[in-house]
Design a protein around this ligand. Structure first.
Ligand code: UGA
Length: 435
């Protein structure tokens, strides 16, 4: 089995490396020659725990290669995975399919012999059919099938998620394609991981509906956290109390500063637009989007409330900038909204993130970037934890307090034990907890 992976972003690089780990010959293709040159040199362009080991093992076994030559890679492949970006079109909120279309047309021209083209990018419903049309236009005599195989991996846990998924979803319409896809996922089927075969539109909806439902859980618990603060309840106990109901489940009920990242914001918006286009309004998801946007904006004011609402001339130490821990990704990070609100309120912002500062510097130029957490707390009137990096949970709180001008801590991830913070002399405020 020879696999070509088109696109070496999170999904493409992780999937390609993991397929090589399954034992297949994989060639990863990207139009970005600089990125391919780095990968050829063994340099991983993203921070993703464990990915370097899988890539290195694949390269050493000579099962994983990188190239800019799409034609060469596609012509010798049995399956070609499309893992190119589908960013939001800012004018419409819809997923922009220009990279998918360009890749599909190039694949079409390069096809030789029966090939399965697999959509792994997150794409609107109906895209598999459109990809088929673009390939057919580029190469009217080619023999191929287009399959939808959405990916459910999380940044920061991508390798682990790819190798141990809850399920694999494969949308297709031909037995021939089913044989190829079954062979590709046999290593997971052997471990009793459910492989769900559906129609292509169904697979496409599963991806959007899955992400939207997870975003909804987060939006829901965040609003419940506000209620808990208002009535003197504890949201962590509420999350336990409802999560133990097996119909609800305990996961994705951690309150925080609002969801960010490259997926939930983009996919919830795309689902709403798809619903509008199809005459099936997705009003629940629409309200999750609005609730999350308001939450991200409101977090700056929450930090200000620790100082009585006034930030003019005050210094805020921000711990964490990325949209979640174990990634260097700043896309749609709540930190961006928080920083802009803090600056609007007149604060000086000192920030530290273990991996995200290089990315953050492109987006946030009025921030003082610091060496470590203690440096960020130096002279601060309030320290706010924005991202749940484990090193923040292990901070020496006395030392942190001694760096500060006044001892206020706002913990937007409920990462610190309030009793420990209080014992260290910090005025502590978490999310959804009255303490
Ligand atoms: C998400 C999905 O979890 C993956 O299954 C999916 O494959 C991926 O999108 C995608 O479509 O490619 P990801 O965006 O990497 O993965 O990150 P998550 O771990 O889902 O977190 C998303 C956001 O929700 C983060 O800002 C995180 O801090 C927040 N979150 C998550 C909470 O605020 N509370 C929670 O309980 C969980």
């Amino acid at each position: 089995m020879r696999i070509a992976m088109i696109g070496t972003g999170y999904v493409g690089l992780v999937s390609g490396a993991c397929f090589a780990d399954f034992g297949f010959d994989v060639i990863c293709v990207d139009i970005d020659a600089g990125k391919i040159a780095r990968l050829v040199d063994g340099d991983i362009p993203i921070f993703e725990p464990g990915l370097d080991h899988v890539v290195e093992a694949g390269r050493r076994a000579e099962r994983l290669a990188f190239t800019t030559d799409l034609e060469g890679a596609v012509s010798s492949a049995d399956a070609v995975f499309l893992a190119v970006g589908t960013p939001t079109d800012p004018a419409t909120g819809r997923a922009d399919l220009r990279y998918v279309e360009a890749a599909a047309r190039s694949i079409g021209k390069a096809l030789t012999g029966y090939t399965v083209i697999v959509d792994k990018s997150t794409v609107p419903v109906g895209t598999a059919k459109r990809v088929e049309g673009w390939i057919r236009e580029a190469n009217p005599t080619a023999t191929f099938d287009v399959v939808s195989n959405p990916e459910f991996l999380r940044e920061g846990a991508a390798v682990q998620d790819f190798q141990n998924p809850d399920r694999v979803v494969i949308g297709l319409e031909s037995d021939r394609a089913r044989d190829v896809m079954s062979a590709i996922y046999q290593p997971l089927a052997n471990r009793d991981i459910p492989i769900l075969f559906t129609g292509r539109e169904t697979a496409e909806v599963i991806k959007y509906a899955g992400n939207a439902f997870l975003a909804l859980k987060i939006g829901f618990i965040n609003e419940v956290a506000d209620l808990c603060e208002a009535v003197g309840a504890d949201v962590l106990e509420v999350a336990d109390g409802i999560g133990l109901d097996s119909r609800i489940g305990p996961k994705f009920l951690r309150p925080g500063p609002g969801y960010g990242g490259s997926c939930f914001p983009k996919d919830t918006l795309a689902l709403v637009r798809t619903g509008e286009d199809a005459g099936a309004p997705q009003s629940i998801v629409d309200s999750v989007i609005r609730s999350n946007a308001a939450r991200k904006r409101g977090m700056g004011d929450k930090i200000a409330s620790a100082l009585g609402g006034t930030l003019a001339g005050r210094t805020v130490g921000l711990l964490g900038l990325t949209f979640k821990a174990n990634t260097d990704d700043m896309r749609e990070s709540p930190a961006v909204d928080i920083v802009s609100r803090l600056l609007e309120l007149g604060a000086v912002v000192r920030a530290y993130d273990p991996q995200g500062m290089e990315e953050a510097a492109h987006l946030l130029d009025s921030v003082e970037y610091c060496r470590d957490s203690y440096d960020a707390a130096d002279g601060a009137d309030v320290v706010a934890i924005v991202t749940e990096w484990s090193e923040f949970a292990a901070l020496d709180l006395e030392r942190l307090r001694d760096c500060m001008r006044s001892p206020h801590m706002v913990d937007l991830r409920n990462l610190i034990d309030p009793a420990r913070a209080r014992a260290a002399g910090l005025n502590y405020m978490g999310i959804g907890r009255v303490i």
